[in-house]
Design a protein around this ligand. Structure first.
Ligand code: ADP
Ligand code: TRP
Length: 341
């Protein structure tokens, strides 16, 4: 089974990114042929500072390696290292209806807010479809917010297959009955309903855009401030507290075994423990969970060549998988055969 996902290098990783995405990536690397890439081309739709783009792309590669992504099992690469992403993007763009992209959430949101979207944002889903289809990915683990993009990737693949594969039947995309199989494989999203949205320090969804994050690799001092700064209500120490409405409880829950969770819930309902105490527990749990990865990251950062080597070898592996697919695509549309990527 081929698994693929991409992450935009748009800033430091936080607890929401870990429990909502990275943890699954690491688990999935043992279940199939996993490909993970740093979506630096996509990040250009929002990051306009060249140094930041380059720095964050390398930083996120380090983060992933420190968190347990094993380059011997999974292929880690940078999107922009494989020029075929942009080549396939154009080829797919030629069969993608405008009407489809006009339904895109991020494009619609921006327009609704009165901002003028650029072509990059409008065409973002086509590049994402190219990322997936270029590798014939079967499973794509993503957050709920990416569901529409996966549907678009399937629609675009179908449109391509209908246009260029004679005898293709969209009802039978694998050609199991009498039709011809599609050239581009339809991907399935893997959306984990079990991953609840991780709340941020202010109780909203944790997100870089809301400045409410608890960052995985921040310095100890910053981290302590982020955790001690979690907003709580004014329930006095001795009074019972409601676990259901507490984001502090929801954050602690991420780290606890079922038995520990039951104990914490009892403690909240009994009262007698202040929020400050729970924050200290969270800080300790955070350190117990991430200090190994934090130390590993510091170690890896001392050898900058290592990340470059991983990314270079990852790109070579990715290119081998993509080569026959882009070759078949070029032939199908009538472009001359392969030139170097
Ligand atoms: P941000 O909102 O901080 O910009 P991204 O949109 O870059 O985060 O998300 C990267 C990945 O992390 C996505 O798969 C997304 O679903 C997941 N993710 C981000 N924030 C959370 C959260 N608060 N809870 C659960 N998953 C999250
Ligand atoms: N758009 C995705 C996000 O913001 C990142 C991404 C780019 C991606 N290309 C992809 C995810 C291909 C999965 C597959 O989270």
């Amino acid at each position: 089974m081929r698994i693929l996902s991409g992450v935009q290098p748009s800033g430091a990783l936080h607890l929401g990114n870990y429990f909502g995405a990275v943890k699954q990536f690491v688990e999935l690397q043992t279940e199939g042929e996993a490909l993970y890439f740093i979506a630096d081309l996509h990040a250009m739709t929002s990051t306009r500072e060249p140094e930041a783009l380059a720095r964050q792309s390398r930083a996120i590669a380090l983060d992933f390696l420190a968190l347990g992504l094993d380059p011997a099992r999974a292929t880690l690469f940078r999107q922009s290292d494989i020029a075929w992403h942009t080549e396939l993007y154009w080829i797919l763009g030629s069969v993608t209806p405008m009407a489809l992209l006009e339904r895109g959430h991020s494009y619609k949101d921006k327009t609704a807010r009165g901002l003028s979207p650029d072509l990059g944002l409008f065409a973002y889903p086509v590049l994402m479809a190219a990322d997936i289809l270029l590798y014939g990915a079967e499973r794509v683990p993503v957050g709920k917010d990416q569901k529409q993009h996966l549907e678009f990737a399937r629609d675009i693949a179908t449109k391509f297959n209908m246009t260029y594969v004679k005898g293709y039947d969209p009802q039978d995309p694998m050609g199991r009955e009498k039709g011809k199989p599609g050239l581009l494989r339809l991907p399935e999203p893997v959306i984990l309903d079990s991953t609840a949205v991780v709340p941020g320090a202010d109780g909203q969804k944790m997100s870089k855009s809301y400045a409410n994050t608890i960052d995985l690799f921040a310095e100890d001092k910053v981290l302590k401030k982020q955790i001690m700064g979690i907003v709580t209500d004014s329930t006095p120490v001795e009074a019972p507290k409601d676990p259901a409405t507490s984001s502090l409880f929801a954050l602690l829950k991420l780290f606890l075994s079922p038995a520990e969770l039951a104990e914490l819930e009892g403690s909240f309902r009994r009262g007698g423990t202040g929020y400050g105490e729970y924050k200290k527990q969270l800080l300790a749990a955070f350190h117990a969970h991430f200090d190994g990865a934090r130390a590993k990251r510091a170690e890896l950062a001392k050898a900058p060549d290592y990340v470059d080597t991983v990314l270079r070898e990852g790109a070579a592996r990715a290119r081998n998988i993509a080569a026959p697919i882009i070759g078949a695509v070029r032939a199908a549309v009538g472009l001359p055969s392969q030139r170097a990527s």
